[in-house]
Design a protein around this ligand. Structure first.
Ligand code: TSB
Ligand code: ZN
Length: 583
C-alpha cells in the first residue's frame, strides 16, 4: 500500500485536504477548536475539540458533503506571512493555535493559509486551489488526547485520505478493505486462534487450542534448528529482584517500559522485561576458557513490558510476550562470524516461511539522548561499525535509523509491514559490550589472562506473539500443512455407512502424528465441506462407497475445486512428505 507521506505530491495534497476538512467542520460546528492536522503514511488527520459532542459516522458523511461543496466552489489557497503579534491576534479565539504560536520565538515569521472564509496556521506548502482536493474519503473518527498525553483532554481525530484521480482513490479503498480482511485480529477471531478479554486486560492475549497448536509447532521448529547450531536451552524465572535490573542498567534506561515493583516484606520483585540479565548470571556461574566460546544460551522466554494501552494491537504488540531469545557469549575475534551466522539463520528461517517482504534496519543510538543510552562513544562506534561491516560483507541492503538502538547497544533489525500498515521489528540481532562489563563477565584467554567476552542478543522469530500475528496476515489464516491446527478433515458421505472406514483412516493418520478429525455430525455433506473450507483446513476428505470399496481416499485441497483420489497409503506418504518438507 502506498505511503502517502513518502510521496511529495500526495503529501501536499493530503495536507491541503486536512485544511479542507477543518473548514467544513468549522462551517457545520462553528464552536469547533482545532489542534493539528498532519499528513501520515495512511493519509491525514485533524484533531478537533467539539466540546462534549461525539461525532458519529453520519456526521462524517455530513462533513464529507460539505467538503465536496467547498471543493466544487474551488477557492484559491493563499499563503500569508505575519509576525507573532499578528498571529496571536488572528487566532485569538483558538486556544490550541495560541499554544502553538506561543512556542515560536519572538521574531519568527509565521505563515498561514487562507481558502475562502477559513484560515489555518501552517508552514505549508499547499496545492493552489481546494478544487484539487475533490477525490478524498473520510475514513474514521476516534478519540485522541491533546498532545498525546492521557492527562489532557480527549479530542476527536478525523482520519482521511486524498488522491489526484478518482480511480487511484478507489483502488486505494479496495486495498484498505483487503487489509481489513487480512488483519490478524479478525482472522484470529474467525479461526479461533486467540482471544483477549477485558477482565484480563489490554495487551494480554489467550491462545486458544488452534493457535496454541500452531505455536507449539513453531516452538519445536525453532528449538530443533537452534540445537543443531549448538545452542543450549534453559528455563529461568519470570521474576527477579529489582537489584538484578539495577546491575544490568535496565533500572536507569528501561524503567518506563517495566511494570512497577512488587514489594513484600523487605524484598522488591519485578516482572522481567528481558532475559539477558538471567542469562548473564548463568554464564557467570562457571569459569570459561577461550576454547569454550561461543557459548549460546537460548530460551523461549516470557517477558513483560508496560506497553501503552493505546499501542497494544492483537498479538502484534502485547504486554506479555514470549521471546525466541538467545544470548551468544563470544570472543571479540568471533563477532563477525557469529553475527553473520545469526543473519544467515534469519534468512534461512525466512526461506522456510516464504517471507520475502522485509527490510534490514541498522538501528543506531541517538547521541543526544543520554537518558536512554549509556555514555561511551568509543564502545558505541565500535559496535555500530562491526554490525555495519557484516551487512556490507554479506551484501545485504539496509537503511540506518538513529535512536532505534537498545540502551546497551546497536541492533540489526528486520522490519516488516503489518496488514494495517504498522512498521514493526520481527527479527533482531544486537551487539553488546555493556552488559558483560556491568556483570563483570570474563573468560580466560590463551595467555591465561581474564578478559571480557562480547554478547550478541538475538531473537529470530522475535516473539511467538508477533510472529504469529505476521504469519496469520501472510497466510490469511491458511497455514501451510505442517502448521495447520487441523490438517485433515474427514467427511463420511453417510455418517452411518461410511463412519467405520473414516475412523480407520483417522487412526492410521493419527498414528503418524497427523492432526485429523472425523466430522460425524448429522449435517449435509455440502454444509460440512463449506465449513471445512471456511476453517481453511488443508485437506478435506470425502469418503463414500467407492473409497470404502477400493480402500482409497478422495480429497480436496484448500482453495481448490477439483477432487483427487489416491490409495490410503499414497495419501499417507504424501502428507508425511509435505509435512517434512514444510510445504
Ligand atoms: C533479543 N534482549 C533482547 C533479546 O535478547 C531484546 O529483548 N530485544 S528486543 O527488545 O528487541 O525484543 C526482541 C523482539 O521482541 C523484538 O525484535 C520484537 O520482535 C519482539 N517484541 C518487542 N516488543 C514486543 C511486544 N510488545 N509485543 C510483541 N513482540 C514484541
Ligand atoms: Zn537480550
Amino acid at each position: 500500500m502506498i505511503d502517502i507521506k513518502k510521496d511529495e505530491r500526495l503529501s501536499v495534497l493530503n495536507h491541503s485536504c486536512a485544511h479542507l476538512l477543518a473548514q467544513a467542520v468549522k462551517h457545520l460546528y462553528p464552536s469547533a477548536k482545532f489542534w493539528v492536522g498532519p499528513v501520515i503514511s495512511e493519509g491525514f488527520y485533524y484533531d478537533i475539540d467539539l466540546g462534549d459532542y461525539t461525532l458519529t459516522d453520519e456526521d462524517l458523511e455530513k462533513i464529507s458533503k460539505e467538503m465536496k461543496k467547498i471543493a466544487k466552489d474551488g477557492k484559491r489557497i493563499y499563503r500569508e506571512e505575519i509576525n507573532k503579534e499578528e498571529a496571536l491576534e488572528k487566532f485569538k479565539d483558538d486556544p490550541y493555535k495560541i499554544d502553538i504560536i506561543n512556542n515560536f520565538p519572538k521574531d519568527e515569521v509565521i505563515s498561514c493559509y487562507t481558502q475562502g472564509d477559513f484560515t489555518d496556521l501552517c508552514s505549508g506548502p499547499h496545492v493552489d486551489s481546494v478544487k484539487e482536493c475533490k477525490n478524498f474519503k473520510l475514513l474514521k473518527v476516534s478519540g485522541a488526547y491533546y498532545k498525546g498525553d492521557s492527562k489532557n483532554k480527549m479530542l476527536q481525530r478525523i482520519y482521511g485520505v486524498c488522491f489526484d484521480k478518482k480511480e487511484d482513490l478507489e483502488k486505494h479503498l479496495e486495498l484498505l478493505e483487503e487489509a481489513k480482511e487480512r488483519d490478524h485480529r479478525k482472522i484470529g477471531k474467525d479461526l479461533d486462534l486467540f482471544m483477549g478479554h477485558e477482565l484480563v486486560g489490554p495487551g494480554l492475549q489467550m491462545w486458544l487450542p488452534n493457535g496454541a497448536t500452531v505455536r507449539y509447532e513453531l516452538e519445536k521448529y525453532i528449538k530443533e534448528k537452534e540445537v543443531k547450531l549448538g545452542y543450549n536451552h534453559v528455563y529461568t524465572p519470570y521474576l527477579a529482584s529489582s537489584e538484578l535490573y539495577k546491575v544490568s542498567g535496565h533500572w536507569d534506561h528501561y524503567k518506563d517500559d517495566m511494570f512497577p515493583v512488587m514489594k513484600m516484606d523487605n524484598e522488591e520483585l519485578v516482572l522481567r522485561p528481558m532475559n539477558c540479565p538471567h542469562h548473564m548470571l548463568i554464564y557467570k556461574n562457571k569459569l570459561h576458557s577461550y576454547r569454550d566460546l561461543p557459548i549460546k544460551i537460548g530460551e523461549l522466554a516470557p517477558d513483560f513490558r508496560y506497553e501503552a494501552s493505546g499501542a497494544v494491537c492483537g498479538l502484534e504488540r502485547v504486554r506479555q510476550m514470549c521471546q525466541n531469545d538467545a544470548h551468544l557469549f563470544v570472543r571479540p575475534d568471533q563477532i563477525k562470524e557469529e553475527v553473520s551466522k545469526v543473519v544467515n539463520l534469519i534468512l534461512d528461517v525466512y526461506k522456510d516461511f516464504n517471507i520475502t517482504d522485509y527490510e534490514f534496519r541498522l538501528s543506531l543510538r541517538d547521541k543526544n539522548n543520554t537518558e536512554k543510552y549509556f555514555d561511551d562513544d568509543e564502545m558505541w562506534e565500535k559496535a555500530e561499525s562491526e554490525l555495519r561491516k557484516v551487512l556490507v560483507e554479506l551484501g545485504i541492503d539496509f537503511y540506518e535509523a538513529i535512536g532505534e538502538a537498545a540502551f546497551y547497544g546497536p541492533k540489526l533489525d528486520v522490519q516488516i509491514k503489518s496488514a494495517i500498515g504498522h512498521d514493526v521489528t520481527l527479527s533482531t540481532c544486537q551487539l553488546d559490550f555493556l552488559l558483560p562489563e556491568r556483570f563483570d563477565l570474563t573468560y580466560v584467554d590463551e595467555q591465561g589472562k581474564k578478559v571480557r567476552p562480547v554478547v550478541i542478543h538475538r531473537a529470530i522469530l522475535g516473539t511467538f506473539d508477533r510472529f504469529m500475528a505476521f504469519l496469520i496476515e501472510e497466510t490469511k489464516g491458511a497455514f501451510p500443512l505442517w502448521l495447520a491446527p487441523l490438517q485433515v478433515d474427514i467427511i463420511p458421505v453417510n455418517s452411518k455407512l461410511h463412519l467405520e472406514y473414516a475412523c480407520e483412516i483417522q487412526n492410521i493418520l493419527n498414528s503418524d502424528d497427523i492432526r485429523v478429525k472425523v466430522d460425524d455430525r448429522d449435517e449435509k455433506l455440502s454444509y460440512k465441506m463449506r465449513e471445512s473450507q471456511a476453517n481453511k483446513v488443508p485437506y478435506t476428505l470425502i469418503i463414500g462407497d467407492k473409497e470404502m470399496e477400493n480402500k482409497t481416499v478422495s480429497y480436496r485441497l484448500f482453495g481448490h475445486k477439483e477432487t483427487e483420489t489416491l490409495t490410503l497409503k499414497e495419501f499417507e506418504d504424501l502428507l508425511l512428505k509435505q509435512i517434512k518438507e514444510k510445504k
